[in-house]
Design a protein around this ligand. Structure first.
Ligand SMILES: Nc1ncnc2c1ncn2[C@@H]1O[C@H](COP(=O)(O)OP(=O)(O)OP(=O)(O)O)[C@@H](O)[C@H]1O
Length: 575
């Protein structure tokens, strides 16, 4: 391979891209054949696949063989330090098995300690402990996804009593997030953050949506579903299962069938370790009526459910809502670490603290569906001051941005032209009750004239991956899951575990006993020689059986439909 000698960045990018293709190709071997030999050059891979005992039926040996080879391939292929293309190098190194444990890779303990630390803060001990722990389980390398969205529009038709009207929710939003980056979507409530996140996750009917969303320069395809993780705003968890049970069921149901049950359980255990959930792994999740784990722990379980399958793109809707600032910081710090393992992360966020704000790589600021800023989070404040808007006091940047886009100009200096316009609008509003969002208009215009054109040009540039790698995104689905019968058995078991408290509650027992007594009364002192009561009794019995059977089915249908609604069609996730 020529990569080691070339010093030009384009040569390196190509070489890296080739290496990536090799690693990813070999990783697809991993899942199709259960072979662990995924790292290294083509020659490495070929030599290994031909000579290695990793094709033996003993899966333990397979993984162990792979672990040794991943380690020995490391020095030969360590490219991360050779280039300025940070994202690609991270993605490449992730694909070469050198990333943080969030990829699910085997990483030697010393290498993790020596590599980039995830946190500088003392308060993040459990996340730090988790990220510096040794993970023994091996999953496939993270496939890099370069996410780009250009001029996204979204409209809905709202139906009134007599007429229907069209409502524009998003008006031409553009931006990008690359492997290793954490993109935050910020804006006031109702600005369109969740809508944009859903659009990026391909969760909308394509007819209502305008513009383009591309993944490695390719449009959305159903094969991408298994590479995208989506953490919804509301936690979709079973309250009576423990943290360990929840993650183990997810592993058993969602990991590929090439892995043994024991390996899947091991993967669940390693996710628990990665997320720092060991202390509460035997605690029930809890819900409105059952006391369980804390809000932050619950959020981490939701994230664990999604990172279990090693998605390349992770989308999160308000992962820090209703959490205190320290817990919120822990969650974002964890996301930052997950991103550094080569994943692309997009999250909506409401009111981040200033420490939390500085963890974001990129930022999208929305107001009423319009884009007011897209760029590096670290450059947001200097951009707004360049257009004449800056805080008059020392202020949390997130607070400043939200005040600005909400039109709350106390303690904010604004350009005199905008001040004048605001005065006129206030007068109009007073005299003629005409509403106009002058601040948003000003900021939108400023963005369009100052940044939008340049950013769009950057978005038009092709992503630095070989066509071969790009095309892999359109490959048929990864091999998932169990047969329908195995799923049925596992789901029944999970259903019984989840509702054991319900089934064996005194209320349920009383209900069954009382029904039995009432039914028994039908035969009370009946004449067994006569035909009529027996017949009516049989009919009642038959009726009760049917009713019991149907009500059992109905309660299961209720849960399944809830899960499927929550997943908006991606049934396989929680099934
Ligand atoms: N299907 C729909 N029909 C009608 N209005 C909709 C629909 N979907 C979204 N909206 C409206 O679009 C706007 C943006 O909604 P969205 O949920 O994306 O906001 P958000 O920024 O995520 O808000 P929050 O931070 O409160 O969650 C809201 O005013 C919402 O009422």
């Amino acid at each position: 391979m020529e990569m080691g000698t070339s010093s030009s960045s384009s040569g390196l990018v190509k070489a890296k891209s080739e290496t990536l293709a090799e690693a990813l190709k070999s990783s697809s071997l991993d899942f199709s054949n259960g072979d662990g030999s995924s790292h290294g050059s083509k020659q490495h891979v070929r030599a290994r696949t031909l000579s290695s005992p990793s094709y033996s039926s003993n899966s333990k040996n397979r993984w162990n063989t792979h672990i040794r080879k991943a380690k020995s391939a490391h020095p030969a292929l360590d490219l991360a330090g050779l280039t300025g293309g940070a994202a690609l190098s991270r993605a490449s190194s992730a694909s070469l098995g050198l990333s943080f444990s969030f990829t699910g890779f085997t990483v030697p303990h010393e290498e993790i300690i020596a590599s980039e630390r995830c946190s500088n803060d003392d308060i993040l001990e459990d996340i730090e402990a988790a990220t510096s722990s040794v993970v023994k389980f091996q999953a496939e390398p993270t496939f890099p996804i370069y996410l780009k969205f250009i001029d996204i529009t979204y409209k809905v038709t709202t139906k009134g009593m007599t007429s229907s009207s069209e409502k524009s929710i998003l008006n031409g939003i553009s931006g990008s997030a690359y492997p290793g980056e954490l993109l935050a979507l910020m804006g006031p409530s109702g600005s369109g953050k969740t809508t944009l996140l859903n659009a990026l996750g391909g969760r909308f009917n394509q007819q209502n949506i305008g513009g383009s969303v591309s993944y490695n320069d390719k449009p959305y395809s159903k094969h991408l579903k298994t590479r995208i993780g989506f953490v919804t705003q509301d936690d979709v968890l079973f309250p009576h299962l423990t943290v360990k049970e929840t993650l183990t069921y997810t592993a058993l149901l969602r990991l590929p069938k090439t892995l043994t049950e024991q390996e899947k359980e091991q993967r669940a255990a390693s996710v628990i370790q990665e997320l720092g959930l060991e202390r509460c792994q035997d605690t029930m999740i809890g819900g409105s009526f059952v006391r369980g784990v804390s809000g932050g722990e619950r959020k981490r379980v939701c994230i664990g459910n999604e990172i279990m399958t090693n998605p390349s793109l992770l989308l999160l809707d308000e992962p820090t809502s209703s959490l205190d600032s320290t817990t919120a910081l822990k969650i974002v710090q964890m996301l930052h670490c997950i991103a550094k393992a080569g994943k692309t992360i997009v999250t909506t966020i409401h009111q981040p603290s200033s420490r939390l704000f500085h963890r974001f790589d990129k930022l999208v600021v929305l107001s009423r569906g319009s884009l007011l800023y897209f760029g590096k989070a670290s450059e947001a404040m200097s951009y707004f001051s360049s257009i004449g808007c800056s805080p008059l006091l020392a202020m949390n940047p997130a607070e400043f941005l939200l005040d600005l886009v909400n039109g709350n100009m106390n303690d904010i200096s604004v350009p005199s032209a905008l001040k004048e316009k605001m005065k006129i609008i206030r007068l109009e509003l007073y005299v003629r009750n005409v509403k106009c969002d002058v601040e948003t208009q000003y900021l939108e215009e400023a963005y369009k004239t100052q940044i939008a054109v340049m950013e769009k040009m950057k978005l038009m540039a092709p992503v630095p991956l070989d066509e071969e790698v790009k095309l892999m995104i359109t490959c048929p689905k990864r091999e998932w899951g169990l047969s329908w019968w195995e799923q049925y058995c596992l789901l029944s078991l999970r259903g019984i575990k989840e509702r054991r408290h319900d089934y064996f509650s005194w209320l349920r027992v009383t209900q069954v006993l009382s029904t039995a007594i009432i039914l028994g009364l039908l035969w009370w002192q009946s004449d067994i020689t006569s035909q009529r009561p027996t017949r009516s009794g049989r009919a009642t019995l038959l009726y009760c059986c049917i009713l019991g059977f149907l009500s059992g089915i109905h309660s299961d249908l209720h849960i399944s439909s809830g899960e499927s609604n929550a997943e908006q069609g991606t049934r396989v996730k929680y099934v």
